[in-house]
Design a binder for this molecule. Structure first.
Ligand code: AMP
Ligand code: MG
Length: 412
């Protein structure tokens, strides 16, 4: 592909994503075994089928006495029924003491709460009527044997882990973490912690993109910083392609003299760059590529543009690599726009907003004003409003759907 001199034609996001995913060879993830204590946020590699019922037996849901319901008919505070206390099978007019979680003894079909009884002279008075199964958790009431309890591709939360443990599992089969190489490029970049010289800026994209990979359940591999130099970029890219499942680069993807990354990727293998120049704002100069079926995402150096490029391309990619059937949705909320915002017709515009809750209403305040370089829009904001290609903006008071990446605070 010839070096692009300016982006005469921008590709629509959905088309770009489709075209790119079509040339990628993404294998089913390798399986790994994780102890439950280390499986939080990992993604299930296989469906989980219940090997037995849960609970495994009928059990008491309260502290009390197991008995036969027909013996409680007519019982009331004024007319308690007297039971004989037994230590074995429950016969007619007999009650057996039972604690929460104990199996229901033979002969009983309900449990009376201890609060509704009184023990005197080795006898038990009961003053409530019980229905069959009263205060009993039935065998299989939670989960039935052979039921599919969890689906492959599920990201494990604490409750999934509890369910797995309740079924007797100590470990779980999860998708191995895809390894994603991250390379920052740019002559101007200084490593954070070092003293910057002249007009150097600190590289912040590498740590951010690593953390974003980690957040999604991928394993970032740091390729460091490359100067705007064909050989240096090619060498580091080569390491990434050799050792990892995908490569992300930032910087050097516009149409300036030093924007060399797409060319280097093209020289690394086929098909190379699939789409360069997107109908997306910010992040227009993003490119997506593949080298021998391996995904390469060429993100802009502008921090916010890198975020949006990641959101649009890397997020669905990682989900796919983890074996999910579709992109994992972020939480969303409908909010009232507090100010009008302009967007570019023909492009998909990502507006950063800060959503708050006020008097039971969600409000979305734009924080985007400072452009695609201003990373603080991401720390002051907690969500994206995605303005579609066919809209020139959003009006004040309009209800918009916000894709949240942070928590929503309540304000007065
Ligand atoms: P580029 O995509 O190379 O044209 O970079 C655009 C702008 O993004 C640069 O002028 C820098 O200000 C900024 N930038 C590039 N790389 C990084 C990085 N790794 N971390 C933070 N900012 C960056
Ligand atoms: Mg640059």
């Amino acid at each position: 592909m010839a070096r692009l001199k300016g982006f005469q034609k921008l590709t629509l996001i959905d088309d770009a994503l489709q075209k790119w995913l079509n040339v990628l060879q993404i294998k089913k993830p390798r399986e790994a075994t994780a102890p439950l204590n280390e499986a939080l946020n990992r993604v299930l590699a296989t469906d989980v089928i219940a090997k037995e019922d849960l609970p495994r037996f009928d059990k008491s849901a309260v502290d009390g006495y197991a008995l036969k319901t027909q013996d409680t008919i007519g019982a009331s505070q004024f007319k308690p029924v007297t039971f004989q206390i037994t230590e074995s099978e429950v016969g007619v007019k007999q009650a057996r003491q039972i604690w929460t979680g104990n199996p229901l003894p033979k002969g009983a079909n309900a449990v009376v709460m201890i609060e509704n009884t009184k023990k005197t002279d080795g006898k038990l008075e009961v003053w409530v009527q019980l229905a069959t199964g009263g205060n009993v958790s039935k065998k299989g009431e939670d989960v039935k044997k052979a039921e599919k309890i969890l689906k492959a591709g599920t990201r494990l939360n604490p409750y999934h882990l509890a369910l797995l443990a309740a079924m007797g599992n100590s470990e779980v089969k999860v998708a191995e973490k895809p390894r994603i190489a991250i390379l920052a490029t740019g002559n101007e970049l200084a490593e954070a912690g070092n003293k910057p010289s002249g007009n150097q800026i600190f590289d912040s994209n590498r740590v951010m993109l690593s953390a974003m990979c980690r957040e999604l359940g991928a394993e970032p591999v740091d390729l460091g910083i490359a100067k705007d130099d064909i050989n240096e970029i090619a060498e580091k890219l080569g390491i990434g392609l050799q050792e990892c499942d995908a490569v992300i680069t930032t910087g050097g993807t516009s149409v300036g003299e030093l924007d060399l990354v797409p060319d280097v990727v093209n020289n690394s293998g086929k098909p190379g760059v699939v789409v360069h120049g997107l109908a997306l704002r910010p992040a227009m100069p993003t490119a997506v590529a593949a080298v021998d079926g391996k995904p390469v995402v060429i993100l802009s150096g502008n921090p916010v543009a890198a975020v949006i490029g990641f959101e649009v391309f890397v997020r669905p990619l990682v989900c796919k690599m983890l074996g999910m059937s579709r992109e994992e949705p972020r939480p969303t909320v409908n909010a009232v726009m507090t100010r009008k915002i302009a967007a570019a017709l023909g492009r998909r515009t990502f507006v950063r907003v800060r959503v708050t809750q006020k008097n039971g209403k969600f409000l979305a305040e734009p924080v985007s004003a400072r452009g695609s370089g201003a990373i603080s829009t991401m720390t002051r904001g907690n969500g994206f409003v995605i303005v579609p290609e066919n809209r020139e903006g959003v009006t004040e008071g309009e209800i918009v759907m916000v894709r949240l990446f942070g928590n929503v605070e309540e304000v007065r």
